[in-house]
Design a protein around this ligand. Sequence first.
Ligand code: SAH
Length: 213
Amino acid sequence: MDFTELRNKMVEEQLVSRGICDDKVLQAFRAVERHLFVPPEYNGNAYEDHPLPIGEGQTISQPYMVALMTQCLNLGGNEKILEIGTGSGYQAAILSRIVKEVYSIERIPLLAQKAERLFVRLGYNNVHLKVGDGTLGWGEHAPYDGIIVTAASPKIQKTYIEQIKCGARLVIPRGTMLSQVLTVLEKRETGLYASDICGCTFVPLLGKEGWKE
Ligand code: SAH
């Protein structure tokens, strides 16, 4: 299978055609080999227009959703970004091609281990992983130039607001367990500015400041 061709097709047909226009985002999608982030039995489906199972009851998001959320962070290239919910590691890999440092937290050790191994293999050495409850953020490396939450949250956690810099954004799917609204929150000197982007469906964010486990 010609994965490079499938990948370029995905970029044109699923991202560019739907309005993803940030060149840095499109370049990252052309570069990162998505088929390596899905279980082997789904290799051939990796560039299709939908989420896929990654084991442990979790999913890798639809390519368009990953691109949209990345674009919403409004990245310049020098940032330090925190991701909540490493999962397969694909979103972190996309970010790592655009920004300086990526920090990512996953609550399921097996998924974190798999992602870690892949990052070592690919030489993506600006991604830093941790196993733990991401609803509490990662204070040690704060403040961040952006936080991206890739699981469904019942609310906007104060901790996330505290852990981003002024001028930075929080991208978070907020709503019920069954359906959410992708929300972008910008922290400015004058306050917080929220905008709703679109409806979406993510697996639940489980933890102290998320849904109860
Ligand atoms: N960004 C991922 C998508 C993962 S799905 C990717 O690119 O593949 C959401 C992930 O969030 C799951 O792996 C789930 O285990 C994880 N998750 C749920 N609650 C969490 C929490 N409190 N802290 C860290 N990770 C969490």
